[in-house]
Design a protein around this ligand. Structure first.
Ligand code: HEC
Length: 165
């Protein structure tokens, strides 16, 4: 992943320090194209709809079985079905968000916690992808997570197991 030639917009500059170059530039491009990504809109959605469980810093709550995002969400993107998993995970599907909010919040968690795990060719989520993925979803999130974890693990990309009790 190259960090050269990266020009960040003022809106993304504050978050940029913790971004891998690929994610930052893809999100920046999306914003220039008038896409769903607007940092403060996305952050507000995250704080409102997700941080009650996942916490504002994305660390989750271990004893409640809520996993941390850091070191995990970017790795899902390295699997062909990872985007589908992230779009349809319980808190995303069941939350009271519209499609634009869903796309924004996913881009936000990738921006904030994907780190160097985010592939260089990452494309931001948009509303059309969310709608198509919702319609096609076959409903087995935990099984898909295990499949992704096993297949990435075989390639040396380790995703922590969910805490089960
Ligand atoms: C009521 C608590 C709760 C809320 C609210 C919630 N989540 Fe979650 N989330 C969980 C739990 C518990 C898990 C782990 C079990 C599972 O996958 O469902 C999880 C898993 C995830 C995962 C997969 C992490 C992994 O390692 O498998 C993602 C991504 C995620 N949530 C995103 C979100 C987003 C984005 C929102 C806001 C739109 C959100 N969640 C709202 C409880 C919540």
């Amino acid at each position: 992943m190259t960090r050269s030639g990266l020009v960040l917009s003022a809106t993304l500059a504050a978050a940029a320090a913790m971004l891998p170059a690929g994610a930052a530039s893809a999100l920046d491009d999306a914003q220039r194209q008038g896409n769903v990504y607007d940092h403060s809109f996305a952050q507000t959605q995250y704080l409102h709809h997700c941080s009650g469980c996942h916490l504002p810093d994305g660390e989750g709550v271990h004893h409640r079985g809520i996993p941390p995002f850091s070191g995990v969400v970017g790795k899902f993107l390295q699997h062909p079905r990872g985007r589908e998993f992230l779009i349809n995970v319980g808190g995303m599907r069941n939350g009271a968000l519209d499609t634009r909010q869903r796309a924004a919040v996913l881009n936000y968690i990738i921006e904030a916690w994907g780190g160097d795990d985010v592939p260089a060719d990452f494309r931001p989520f948009d509303e059309a992808e969310i709608e198509a993925s919702f319609a096609a979803w076959r409903g087995d999130g935990p099984k898909l997570r295990e499949q992704i974890r096993a297949e990435l693990g075989a390639l040396g990309v380790d995703i922590a197991p969910l805490r089960s009790e």
